[in-house]
Design a protein around this ligand. Structure first.
Ligand code: NDP
Length: 241
C-alpha cells in the first residue's frame, strides 16, 4: 500500500491561479495549510502562492516551471489542471486555428502538465490529479465544438491515467463545473445567461469557491478510493451524463 499523505503540507500545483476558478482553488489549498504553486501567464496571485510564469502550450516552459517548483517546494503531489480557454464559433465557420488553439490549451496543455507531474508522483508512489473539465464536455454546446471536444477528452485522459497509475497510489479525477461566475461566463450575452439560468435546476450560477471545495475534497485523504470519476458541480444542469 502506498504511503498515506497527510491532508496538509503537500505541494499543490494549480494551473492558472491568477483568476477565476483556479484562483479560488489555490486560495482553498493555501487556507488548508498546503504549499501551493501555480503555472500562470499574467496577472497577480493570491497571497502565499508561488508563481512561475509559463504558457501551458509550451512544453519546455512547462517542464522548466515544474523543475523550479520542485526545487523551491518539493515534488508536486496534487496537480489541478485548470487553465482553459474558449473560442466559440459556429461549426461551419470554425477555422482550424480556432479548433486547434483551444485543444492546445485545454487538452494538450493538460497532458503536458500531467505527464511532467506523473514523474514525481510515480517516484513518491502517491499523487492526486484533478482535471477541470466542463458540463459542456458531455452535454455539448452550440458553437463550442472545439471547447466541448477538448473537455470531453479529459474524461478519457483521467480514466487512462487511473488504469495506468492506479496501482501506484495515484488517483485521477475530472471535475465538471456548470456555469460559474467568472470572466468566462461574464462574456456571455445577458439573454444567453438568462436562458442558461432557466435550464439549471438550482436556478443560479455558482461561485468559484463552490468548485474549489470539491477539488479540495478529491485531493483529500478521504477521497483516496475515488479515481476515474467525473464529478459534476453544475446545479443539476447535466443530470443524465
Ligand atoms: P478564466 O477565463 O477566468 O481563467 C482562465 C485561466 O486559465 C486564467 O488564469 C488564464 O490565464 C489561464 N490560461 C488560459 N490559457 C492559458 C495558457 N495557455 N497557459 C497558462 N494559463 C492559461 O476561466 P475560469 O476560471 O472560468 O475557468 C477555469 C477552468 O474552468 C477552465 O478550464 C474552464 O474551461 C473551466 N470551466 C469554467 C466554467 C465557468 O463557468 N466559468 C464552467 C466549466 C468549466 P490568463 O489570465 O493569463 O489569461
Amino acid at each position: 500500500m502506498a504511503e498515506e499523505s497527510t491532508n496538509a503540507g503537500r505541494v499543490v500545483l494549480v494551473t492558472g491561479a491568477n483568476r477565476g476558478i483556479g484562483r479560488a482553488i489555490a486560495e482553498r489549498f493555501v487556507a488548508g495549510g498546503d504549499r501551493v504553486a501555480t503555472i500562470y501567464r499574467s496577472g497577480d496571485l493570491p497571497d502565499g502562492v508561488l508563481g512561475v510564469v509559463a504558457d501551458v502550450t509550451d512544453t519546455a516552459a512547462v517542464d522548466a516551471a515544474f523543475t523550479t517548483i520542485e526545487a523551491e517546494l518539493g515534488p508536486v503531489e496534487v496537480l489541478v489542471a485548470n487553465a482553459g480557454v474558449t473560442r466559440d464559433q459556429l461549426l461551419m465557420r470554425m477555422s482550424d486555428e480556432e479548433f486547434e488553439s483551444v485543444i492546445d490549451v485545454n487538452l494538450t496543455g493538460t497532458f503536458r502538465c500531467v505527464r511532467r507531474a506523473s514523474k514525481g508522483m510515480i517516484r513518491m508512489r502517491r499523487g492526486r490529479i484533478i482535471l477541470i473539465s466542463s458540463v459542456v464536455g458531455l452535454y455539448g454546446g452550440a458553437g463550442q465544438v472545439n471547447y466541448s471536444a477538448s473537455k470531453a477528452a479529459l474524461v478519457g485522459m483521467a480514466r487512462s491515467i487511473t488504469r495506468e497509475l492506479g496501482g501506484r497510489g495515484i488517483t485521477a479525477n475530472v471535475v465538471a463545473p456548470g456555469f460559474i461566475d467568472t470572466a468566462m461566463t461574464a462574456e456571455l450575452p445577458p439573454e444567453r445567461q438568462a436562458a442558461y439560468k432557466a435550464a439549471i435546476p438550482a436556478g443560479r450560477f455558482a461561485q468559484p469557491d463552490e468548485v474549489a471545495g470539491v477539488v479540495q475534497f478529491l485531493a483529500s485523504a478521504d477521497a483516496g478510493y475515488i479515481s476515474g470519476a467525473v464529478v459534476p458541480v453544475d446545479g443539476g444542469l447535466g443530470m443524465g451524463h
